[in-house]
Design a protein around this ligand. Structure first.
Ligand code: UD1
Length: 427
């Protein structure tokens, strides 16, 4: 298994190109199930999760063609075409590896009147139930049954009628599933307390480009007037705000200055606000966002919450930065119950962190030291790379498959700005 070796202490400087957003791509791809016509997605990141989702789509009879696959290119273009759905079952074997597979439930049900998807099972960052996905689809008129580890959703004859649902808690995935089903309902649907993450806006924009009628885009109240059919489209995936935020933390911890090329400041406002409070300068400019740090970092208190508040997907990376800030920071994780798995690993590098339930208290230390570390989720793994960039000596981050799920060519991007990082095979 590959690992990444980071020699700490190099100041990052230069430009990092930001890829298309993984979490947007994972909800734009299943939109290909909603039309017989081709859907072309540009700026798709090259990631293991995207390859996995492509494979899943192929199981349903979706053809996929890829362009822009030169090794030196970041991103790719994928055309997906679904003249006929040949299979409506997403098997355990594929869903188990990729939780986002649940996002085929809504569009498959809308197109075919039925869909069977394996329950995703537990996940390293908490239980992550799918009850809200099922409740909202029921509200749109689906009949849902759970049996042998599978969810089977069936629409009445004549298709899903549509309906109203107020989410008791904000869920990104359940909002996405509901939107992809509601666009082809025979009537109008209303979603209250819907997620309004930029990735949801990206999904709405694609659906509108395919002929959907959606009101309230960018707000937590969405009204969807169902249409009889959707057509094909060509669409560019938004920039990855979490990847951009991660590299901002990487630059800041080294006292460096980087341009996050293609990043959109308005989509990562809470992260930039947190960084500024920590003492990092962040400026939007024409080509992206520039972050610069002078080595002095200040402790802050941070709490994650649904957009527009601070993303839970930025918590681990900001924590890595705060391990070397002056003073004591308090972090509160309100979205997932088990998202501090990077803490014992950061402690192995000399960080001083106490956790209690959803709270982490980070006592800033003057320096970190390199160590062999591994983490059990994607963003946690990135926090270890960030810490490694600052640490004295050599850090080895194992279980690279987590990073490969969400960071396109991490080591190449870091090398572009002067980091000493290398991917090596395990001996
Ligand atoms: C998405 C993102 C993930 C991010 C998360 C929160 C993708 C592929 N993943 O995950 O990176 O960390 O949003 O911003 O886009 N919940 C329920 N029942 C449900 C669904 C969710 O109780 O049916 C709870 C979850 O346990 C969690 C909270 O709602 O506590 C938010 O989860 P949700 O927004 O659904 O996250 P995902 O869509 O899984």
């Amino acid at each position: 298994m590959d690992k990444i070796i980071v020699e700490g202490g190099k100041r990052l400087s230069g430009t990092i190109p930001i890829s298309g957003a993984k979490n947007a791509a994972l909800t734009l791809i299943p939109c290909a199930l909603l039309t017989e016509e081709p859907l072309t997605l540009r700026n798709l990141p090259r990631l293991a999760d995207i390859d996995g989702f492509q494979h899943l789509m192929n199981q349903f009879g979706v053809t996929t063609a890829i362009q822009g696959n030169r090794p030196e290119d970041f991103g790719r273009v994928m055309t997906l075409e679904t003249p006929r759905v040949t299979n409506t079952v997403a098997p355990y074997e594929l869903v188990r590896k990729m939780r986002a597979s649940i996002l085929v439930l809504g569009p498959m049900l809308a197109r075919m009147g039925e869909a069977t998807v394996s329950l995703p099972g537990g996940c390293a960052i908490g239980n992550r139930p799918i009850d809200l996905h099922l409740k909202v689809l029921e509200a749109l008129g689906a009949d849902i049954e759970l049996a042998q580890g599978y969810v089977k959703a069936v629409a009445p004859d004549g298709g899903l009628p549509g309906g109203d649902y107020d989410f008791p808690v904000v869920s990104v995935g359940a909002t996405e599933n509901a939107l992809m089903a509601a666009v082809l309902c025979t009537g109008t649907s209303r979603l209250g307390n819907a997620a309004r993450e930029p990735e949801i806006v990206d999904l709405c924009n694609l659906l509108v480009a395919m002929g959907a009628e959606i009101e309230g885009i960018g707000t937590s109240d969405l009204t969807i007037h169902g249409v009889r059919r959707l057509h094909g489209a060509t669409y560019r995936v938004m920039a990855d705000r979490i990847e951009a935020g991660s590299y901002a933390c990487a630059a800041a911890i080294t006292g460096g200055e980087v341009l996050l090329e293609g990043a959109k400041a308005e989509e990562m406002a809470a992260t930039l606000h947190a960084l500024r409070n920590i003492g990092v300068s962040c400026e939007a400019e024409k080509g992206g966002v520039r972050v610069a740090a002078d080595g002095k970092l200040k402790a802050v208190n941070l709490s994650t919450a649904p957009y527009p508040a601070l993303a839970t997907d930025m918590q681990a990376q900001l924590m890595a930065l705060l391990t070397v800030a002056e003073g004591t920071s308090v972090l509160t994780e309100t979205i997932f119950e088990n998202r501090y798995m990077h803490v014992p690993e950061l402690a192995r590098m000399g960080a001083h962190i106490e956790t209690s339930g959803r709270t982490a208290i980070v006592h800033g230390v003057s320096g970190l030291t390199g160590a062999e570390v591994m983490a059990t989720d994607l963003r946690a793994s990135m926090s270890l790379v960030i810490a490694g960039l600052r640490a004295e000596g050599r850090t080895e981050v194992r279980r690279l498959y987590h990073l490969d799920r969400g960071y396109e060519r991490l080591e190449e991007k870091l090398a572009l700005v002067g980091a000493a990082v290398e991917r090596v095979g395990d001996e």
